[in-house]
Design a protein around this ligand. Structure first.
Ligand code: G3I
Length: 303
C-alpha cells in the first residue's frame, strides 16, 4: 500500500484519523497518534497532506451527545473552538489546506442540514469554524466539501447560498471539494462539467476530493465484466478531461477515495463487496481505469 502511494501520488487525504471522533474519543482525551504517524510518513515521502475534516455530522464524538440543550451552547462552542484551533495549529506548516466542514447542506434542499451543531450552535457555526481555523493558521486554505453537486442542482444552489452568506460576513472560502462518488453509468458528463465549471467560474480552487467509480446497474448485477472495466476506464478518463477545463491555477487536484478496490469504503463501510471502484485491483496492480485516468490527466497537463 505504502509503496503504491509513494510511487503514484503527490497528495494524500487521510481517510479517518483526523475526524473529530478519532481525535476526541472522550471529553478528557485527545488522540493524534495515528494522524501524526500518517502525516509524518507523508512529509517524509514529500506528499502534500490535505486535512479532512474539521466538522462532519457523521464523525461526531458520542460523548458530546449529552450536551444537547441550548444552555450547553457555550460549552459546546468551546469544544469546537478548541478542537479546530488545536488541530489546525498542530499541523501548521504540515497541512496547508482543510475541509473545514463536510456535507453541511441538507439533501434536496438549500438549507443547512439538521445536526447537533446547527441545533446547539445556530446557523453561523461554519463562519466561526473558519475564523478559528484562520486564527490558528492565517495561511491555511479553507475548503467546503460536499457530495452530489454533479447530479443535484439543488445542492449547488445550497452551496451558493452558503457561500453568499459567508461572503456577506466577510469570510473567505478558498476552494470547493467535490466528493464525486460517482458511478460508471451516471450522471452525465455534461452534468459533471456544469457543476465543476459553476464553481470554477467563481474563482474557487476545485478539488475532486473523493473520486471513485463503482458500478450501480439498473438491473442490480454488479459483476464487473471486462467490458464494464473498460467503461470505468473511459469514465475516469472523461472526468480527468473535464477537470482540464478548470484554469490551471484553480486546480487543487484529484484525490481518489481509497487506494485499491480491496480498501474501498464501498466494500467496508457500505458492505458492497462486489464493487471495484478504484484505479488499482486487489493486488495493487494498475487496472484499465488507471490507464484511462492517466490519458485524461495528460490532457490536463497540456493545458
Ligand atoms: O477500524 C475500525 C475497526 O477496528 C472496527 O472493528 C470496525 C467496527 O465498526 O470499525 C473500524 O472503523 C471503521 C472505519 O471506517 C474503518 O473501516 C468505522 O467504524 C467506520 O465508521 C469508518 O467509516 C468511514 C466513514 O467515512 C465514517 O467516518 C469510512 O472508512 C470512510 O471512507 C468514510 O469517508 C467519508 C468521508 O469522510 C466523507 N465523504 C463520504 C465518505 C464515504 O462515506
Amino acid at each position: 500500500y505504502a509503496a503504491v502511494v509513494a510511487k503514484e501520488f503527490n497528495s494524500v487525504t487521510i481517510e479517518n484519523h483526523l475526524k473529530m471522533n478519532a481525535i476526541r474519543p472522550c471529553d478528557t482525551c485527545w488522540n493524534y497518534t495515528l494522524a501524526d504517524s500518517v502525516v509524518n510518513w507523508c512529509l517524509r515521502n514529500k506528499k502534500r497532506v490535505h486535512g479532512h475534516t474539521l466538522l462532519w455530522h457523521e464523525s461526531f464524538p458520542k460523548w458530546l451527545k449529552k450536551y444537547n440543550s441550548k444552555q450547553d451552547s457555550a460549552f459546546v462552542e468551546n469544544v469546537l473552538k478548541e478542537h479546530v484551533m488545536k488541530t489546525v495549529k498542530r499541523y501548521k506548516g504540515k497541512i496547508a489546506s482543510w475541509d473545514v466542514a463536510n456535507e453541511v447542506i441538507a439533501d434536496k434542499s438549500t438549507e443547512l442540514r439538521q445536526s447537533f451543531w446547527l441545533t446547539i450552535l445556530g446557523p453561523n457555526f461554519l463562519s466561526r469554524i473558519i475564523q478559528y481555523a484562520k486564527e490558528a493558521d492565517p495561511d491555511v486554505k479553507i475548503f467546503y466539501n460536499d457530495y452530489g453537486q454533479e447530479y443535484d442542482y439543488v445542492k449547488i444552489e445550497g452551496i451558493d447560498k452558503l457561500l453568499a452568506t459567508l461572503k456577506f460576513q466577510n469570510i473567505k472560502i478558498d476552494g470547493i471539494g467535490f466528493q464525486m462518488h460517482t458511478c460508471i453509468q451516471s450522471p452525465s458528463l455534461d452534468s459533471i462539467k456544469n457543476a465543476i465549471m459553476h464553481f470554477a467560474k467563481q474563482g474557487y480552487l476545485i478539488h475532486i476530493s473523493e473520486l471513485d467509480v463503482p458500478n450501480y446497474p439498473k438491473d442490480g448485477n454488479k459483476t464487473m465484466t471486462d467490458s464494464m472495466l473498460r467503461l470505468q476506464s473511459e469514465r475516469y478518463k472523461n472526468i480527468a478531461a473535464i477537470y482540464a477545463l478548470v484554469p490551471q491555477k484553480q486546480r487543487f487536484g484529484i484525490t481518489t477515495w481509497n487506494l485499491s478496490d480491496k480498501d474501498s469504503w464501498i466494500r467496508t463501510y457500505m458492505k458492497d463487496e462486489l464493487q471495484k471502484p478504484l484505479l488499482f485491483d486487489e493486488q495493487y496492480k494498475r487496472k484499465p481505469a488507471y490507464y484511462g485516468f492517466r490519458e485524461g490527466l495528460k490532457i490536463s497537463l497540456k493545458k
